[in-house]
Design a protein around this ligand. Structure first.
Ligand code: ADP
Ligand code: MG
Length: 309
């Protein structure tokens, strides 16, 4: 399918997912896919993650309660890279916590592979900005930690740690401690540690927000490569629309409190992408136009709260 600026930039309703890896990766066209005649009865495809009418109300000290998420329904296909954007406080982190099984929703269902989420599981890993790396362990020790907890035998652990450190290009730093690493390297350790237990779904909460632009660009390339190599599903939260346009197959935009899905954008741009590419910039601007309204609402509420004090 040719990608004209017109079909690239249109916000889209649900379109069946076609993975990026069946088109082009790193500039190399992949082997053509043989087309078979459509079967009489289409196989139902079970989404990797499905949110069905999710709402979440937090208890507040005033007793009123705060509706953070309101009736969110969203499906994420296996191997898809979904970015979630929205103004601060719209419930992005909350959404990831629900998928990770760290807290229960007030109503609705979260399904992974068609099964309701009952709590945390090693099939879903949450990575956030603060990382939570252990400063008393080396890089290798941090990556090995989850494997030890799962009682993986020593020889297998060793093989996996070596493979993961190669994947994130940190083999030379295996014996370094976390405080000896740059911010970008720490993020890569966190990624290797998350991948150690072989999760199907990576949940990433603004992981690169505190990094300088150059490091962030490199990590985008690395994350895209690792995603392509592992075939995992990624749900990546960011408030940076350019980052979303750079990384995502699809971007879901949430409204300001309560968080609802306002719009979805499919990003049909070839990979690898560059943040400065005109098509990425144009896509980002389209998303930003839609997001700006929500940011304005959030500012109005904040200022109103200030005035009421
Ligand atoms: P985002 O990640 O989009 O900035 P959050 O998911 O962190 O938003 O929060 C959504 C809303 O829920 C915010 O208004 C926040 O203040 C509120 N909130 C988050 N956690 C709690 C909590 N534990 N108790 C009460 N309110 C909370
Ligand atoms: Mg957040």
């Amino acid at each position: 399918m040719s990608v004209s600026p017109r079909n690239v930039l249109q916000p889209v309703a649900r379109v069946p997912y076609r993975g990026v890896r069946d088109t082009v990766f790193h500039g190399k066209p992949l082997a053509p896919v043989t087309e078979f005649p459509a079967p009489h009865v289409a196989e139902p495809v079970v989404p990797k993650v499905a949110l069905d009418g999710i709402s979440l109300r937090y208890r507040t000290t005033s007793g009123e309660g705060l509706l953070a998420l309101d009736n969110i329904s969203l499906e994420v296909e296996a191997g898809e890279f979904l970015c979630v954007v929205g103004p601060s406080g719209c419930g992005k982190s909350t959404l990831l916590h629900l998928i990770a099984g760290l807290q229960p929703q007030t109503s609705g269902t979260v399904l992974v592979d068609g099964k309701p989420v009952q709590g945390p599981g090693t099939d879903r890993i949450l990575i956030f900005q603060e990382l939570g790396l252990f400063p008393w362990l080396t890089v290798g020790g941090n990556v090995e930690f989850g494997l030890k907890m799962k009682n993986v035998p020593k020889a297998e652990r060793e093989e996996k740690v070596q493979h993961l450190l190669r994947l994130v290009q940190l083999s030379k730093f295996r014996d370094s401690y976390i405080h000896q690493l740059s911010g970008g390297m720490r993020q890569r350790v966190a990624l290797a540690r998350a991948l150690a237990t072989g999760p199907d779904v990576l949940l990433m909460d603004e992981p690169f927000a505190a990094l300088d632009a150059q490091t962030r660009d490199l990590l985008h390339d690395e994350l895209e490569r690792i995603w392509a190599e592992t075939g995992c599903t990624i749900i990546f939260v960011t408030h940076n629309v350019r980052e979303a346009a750079r990384l995502a197959d699809r971007v879901a935009l949430l409204t300001f409190r309560p968080g609802r899905v306002k719009e979805e954008f499919r990003v049909n741009l070839p990979r690898p992408r560059h943040m400065e590419h005109p098509d990425v910039t144009r896509m980002a601007r389209t998303i930003l136009d839609c997001l700006r309204e929500e940011i304005n609402k959030s500012l109005e509420v904040e200022y109103a709260d200030e005035k009421a004090r």
